[in-house]
Write a new protein. Sequence first.
Length: 564
Amino acid sequence: MDVNKITDRLSVGPQIKTTDIPELKSKGFRSIMVNRPDGEGGDQPTFDEIRAAAQKHGLEARYVPVETGKVQESDVAAFGAALEDLPGPVYAHCRSGTRSATLWALSQAGRRPVSEILSHAKSAGYDLNGVARRIANGGRVPTDTNETRYDVVIVGGGAAGIATAASLKSRRDSLSIAIIEPAEVHYYQPGWTMVGAGIFTADETAKTMGALIPKGVAWIKGAVAAFEPENDAVILEGCRVVKYDRLVVCPGLKLDWGVVEGLTDTLGRNGVTSNYRYDLAPYTWQLVQEMQRGTALFTQPPMPIKCAGAPQKAMYLSADHWHRESRLKDIDIHFANAGGVLFGVKDYVPALMEYVKKYNATLDFFHNLVAVDGPAKTATFKVTKEGEAPTTRTMSFDMLHVCPPQTAPDFIRVSPLADDAAGWVDVDQHTLRHKRYDNVWSLGDVMNAPNAKTAAAARKQAPTVAENIMADLKGSSAVASYDGYGSCPLTVERGKIVLAEFGYGGALKPTFPKWILDGTKPTRLAWALKAQILPPIYWQGMLKGREWMAAPGLAPQDAPTETA
């Protein structure tokens, strides 16, 4: 029989027969809830028959019948009361399980975020996006038809969102544009590696969101609950509806700290830190300064992650400080990487390996962090090597720098915009247009193009999206193409950087001629670029619509062809 788990307390599924009840008991269920009215189907047992069979096997049964397509608020209240009253786990059923899943979702409205409700339902096999607006309205049928409409709506006020808004405004100032973003503060996240090394201060990497939203762009301070691309609508928590002619989706990604057992309980203490959080990067520098001897672990989870070089940048800069303070000989450094290579583009690996040797760091490949015990100062890894059975390894530490696992945000993963593989926004990797919805584009960390997730990538992507939206406004096909460019300034020591620049397939994409800056070697010029030049380019260029060294390429159909 089909049993679809929604929570530990509730599973739902299709109509059962009385002969299915022993199996339900064997699976640990203690109660059955019937949400299908008697007589709806010809071969359907009555509730009295279900109840009698359930009592025979020691299970409770409750009748909460609901007509298909007519879920009333009173039905939701009755379902919620029954679920709370019955001993769990509970198996609820109707014809297919959809009504039962919908009743649960509406009963949870206002108690859980909409994205969490939709995610639980989706994991059980039920797509409830059709009732997302009602869930966002606290489970009640929305009656307010007031809607706001814009030429372009941008979801996300990070680097990608603000840069795209600014690029669009620079092309046509009359466009009505809105950015949906709940946060009050905007962060220059590439600077956090430098904060963790005592080079920048944390406050240098933060500005108020209101100061950065381009002039003439509306800021809708709210969290997205769901998307209705068929209706050109974004639904916010609280059921506010924002309509659009064109939509740009760039909310970034989710740092999934909770996947690692025990990690959230010990972050910021017990020697456990991460440069992936604004408030923790200063703690990294504190630990580096205080450490005299012992073991320092640096972790990297499975890809994709934003700024794939950041985990090892933390290692290099920490080791460089210990080297300068003559402590390195007393510190055992480990880089535990869930993958099998130090860096994904082989041209940069030789220079990086020289620093691995200089700092006497141990590379522990195929090591994925799964648990942390902060008070005991131990980290447990799942070790998965090709052709070998998985094993676990527990290592002691004095300092642990964690790069968290990363996924698409929940409200993206459960939306119609997501791909079927991992829940990222499904786009054409060159035009950045959605593969199914012609008036939707996506850029930044949240979309599924196979590029490095870096701010440098967003700097190139924003003009591409802006150009293609402008072309679409004119009724033309895409005119701009993104080549997968990403940049990762690998800070191998204070004062030197290996400047990795590459595109799709690992093709090298250097900004400067080799005689000016050879990115495959550590240089002081690359350091100056990272420490002194890139921050002003970010704040005063990228976020202002000034596309310095970021001109988009031509779309394939418009690119000039070679002649003999």
